[in-house]
Structure formats: structure tokens, C-alpha cells
Design a protein around this ligand. Structure first.
Ligand code: ADP
Length: 149
């Protein structure tokens, strides 16, 4: 089953949106298989955002992501990578569609509440970076037969 890595960023934690964000993913029908509240080290932040290393916003992004607790999560389900990106919305919350997490709760690209892997392969890399294998729980929700044909 496909998996993705999601993280509620420090602004989402500070604003008390952790429950709302988890609620939306649960209500959609995805399965939580990993969850932890953590302070992100500079090393992890830089590795996670390695593709943006040369961007002008990189130092501010690393500063921000290491500034307070983050809720790191792994979610599972058919097509979860692309679907979670849709639930999250566009990178800039001002242009993100209403109904998406960023569209409903954010106003600034540097405070856009949540990260979501952009492809299945990226998801694999990010899950391995953030979680140890033994921190992930494989389980079969009893609702599965009501969610999938
Ligand atoms: P996404 O998180 O939607 O996949 P990107 O991978 O393009 O977006 O960027 C990673 C993160 O870097 C964004 O979520 C945002 O927090 C930050 N970011 C991107 N572009 C900017 C920008 N122009 N100014 C400030 N921060 C930015």
C-alpha cells in the first residue's frame, strides 16, 4: 500500500491545527501508520529540504522548521501521495483553493502549515529520513472493506 510523509510545521502546531489536520486525513479514509511530535535538528531540516539548498528562502526555511515542535506523520492508502497533496493545497496559501488545508488556514508561503511528499519516490526517501522502521505500525483498519472495492 502506498505511503506518504506529512509534517505539521511549527506554525500549524502553534496554531492548534494538529487535530484538524489529522481529522481531515482520517475522514478522507487514509490510515495513520506513524506519528511523533519532535524538535527538528538543523541537520535533518537541511537534509529534508536538500533540493532547495540553493534557493534564497533556504536559510529562513531551515530556521523556521527548526524553531518549534513539528508533528511528523506517515499516512497510508491508495493514491495517498497525490491525494494528500490535493488536501494540502498549493504552496502559497493565498492562492490555495478554499477547502484545502493551506487554503482554509494560511496566508503566507513561509508559514504554510504542513509538508507533504510530492511523489511516491520522495515519500520513500522522506519516510526513511524521518522514521525508523520500528516506529511505523502496519495495521488493517476494520473499515477497509467500506473504503475500497
Ligand atoms: P511544497 O511544500 O508545496 O512542496 P516546495 O517544495 O516548492 O513546496 O517548497 C518547500 C517549502 O519551502 C514550502 O512549503 C514553503 O514553506 C517554502 N517556500 C517555498 N517557496 C518559498 C518562497 N518563495 N518564500 C518562502 N518560503 C518558500
Amino acid at each position: 500500500m502506498e505511503r506518504t510523509f506529512l509534517a505539521v510545521k511549527p506554525d500549524g502546531v502553534q496554531r492548534g491545527l494538529v487535530g484538524e489536520i489529522i481529522r481531515r486525513l482520517e475522514a478522507k479514509g487514509f490510515t495513520l501508520v506513524g506519528l511523533k511530535l519532535m524538535k527538528v535538528s538543523r541537520e535533518l531540516a537541511e537534509q529534508h529540504y536538500d533540493v532547495h539548498r540553493e534557493k534564497p528562502f533556504f536559510p529562513g526555511l531551515v530556521e523556521f522548521i527548526t524553531s518549534g515542535p513539528v508533528v511528523a506523520m506517515v499516512w497510508e492508502g491508495e493514491g495517498v501521495v497525490a491525494s494528500a497533496r490535493k488536501l494540502i493545497g498549493a504552496t502559497n496559501p493565498l492562492t490555495a483553493e478554499p477547502g484545502t488545508i493551506r487554503g482554509d488556514f494560511g496566508v503566507s508561503v513561509g508559514r504554510n502549515l504542513i509538508h507533504g511528499s510530492d511523489a511516491v519516490e520522495t515519500g520513500r526517501r522522506e519516510i526513511a529520513l524521518w522514521f525508523k522502521e520500528e516506529e511505523l505500525v502496519s495495521w488493517q483498519p476494520t473499515l477497509t472493506s467500506w473504503l475500497y472495492e
